[in-house]
Design a protein around this ligand. Structure first.
Ligand code: HEM
Length: 259
């Protein structure tokens, strides 16, 4: 049996796998948030950033495949560990769980699976740009913009975000997923360090505080985007820079002609 198989077969090994992949996912969540917060700057900023990423297919596909592998390992370890725990203790602790751990591991699993469902929707929404799923009646692939220093038009990610979050059910789904991400990170971040052997009286209070503060900041950061759009972020941009759809444009023209 080689080393990797031995790690995978032991429950301690799987906890390490969860911790290491969890740290990588945490890094992605921070990096993605920093990228997305550019929506609060000039629209050219986020459009230039998105264009830069798309113009480096090697980089983006390498990162995507790495992320897919990391997510796959994280989920496989979580599901198999939780199944093994349940098989080892088919009858729940009397009067509740030990230190709330059964309840915790259940909500970690459920919140993780809802976050996964959110990511699938999110990829179809903003990466694959599947038209019927954005709730706006528009095809986001038609939204393009000019950015400084590039002669051809590039995808207008700023307009996609603003149009996307003006749809209440889309925003609600994002906020629910971000709330669950907050819960998941709040517990997951701390237990990752515990799995790595850092639970001692010096480090544990620091780690718990870090997990609490980091998960709150991440929640506020992600949630601020749809909330700002609902509060009016980008509405001038939509009026002046984004052409209306065929149907909307025809209605506007017909109204203008009938006057
Ligand atoms: C307000 C919240 C968010 C916004 C505005 C947002 C925006 C975007 C956009 C515009 C893309 C497409 C990038 C492109 O292909 O040009 C994207 C991709 C992605 N997002 Fe988000 N995102 C948000 C939250 C999240 C969260 C909470 C997660 C995960 C927990 C996440 C995970 C991903 C992943 C995995 C991709 C695919 C990256 C790729 O294209 O390879 N996003 N996001």
């Amino acid at each position: 049996m080689n080393l990797l198989t031995r790690i995978w077969r032991s429950s301690l090994g799987k906890k390490y796998v969860m911790a290491v992949t969890g740290i990588a996912l945490f890094g992605f969540v921070i990096g993605h948030l920093v990228g997305n917060l550019q929506v609060f700057g000039n629209p050219d900023l986020i459009n230039t950033y998105a264009h830069f990423l798309k113009s480096k297919p090697g980089l983006i596909w390498g990162a995507r495949l790495g992320l897919l592998g990391v997510v796959g390992l994280h989920i496989a370890a979580a599901v198999t560990l939780s199944m093994a725990n349940r098989a080892a203790r088919p009858v729940a602790y009397a009067g509740g769980s030990a230190y709330g751990s059964a309840w915790r591991s259940r909500y970690m699993l459920v919140s993780g699976l809802v976050i996964l469902a959110f990511i699938v929707y999110h990829l179809l929404h903003y990466t694959a740009l599947v038209p019927g799923l954005n709730g706006t009646g528009r095809d986001f692939r038609e939204l393009t913009a000019n950015i400084p220093g590039v002669s051809e038009k590039v995808p207008d990610v700023y307009a996609m975000m603003v149009l996307g979050f003006r749809v209440p059910w889309v925003t609600l789904f994002y906020l629910v997923a971000q709330g669950l991400l907050f819960v998941h990170l709040g517990h997951g971040l701390a237990s990752m360090f515990q799995s790595l052997g850092l639970r001692n009286h010096v480090w544990w209070p620091r780690i718990s505080n870090f997990a609490r503060v980091a998960s709150v900041l991440i929640f506020i950061g992600y949630a601020s985007i749809p909330v700002a759009v609902l509060a009016g972020l980008g509405s001038d941009y939509l009026k002046t820079r984004v052409p209306a759809t065929g149907v909307a444009a025809a209605t506007v023209n017909a109204t203008a002609n009938s006057r």
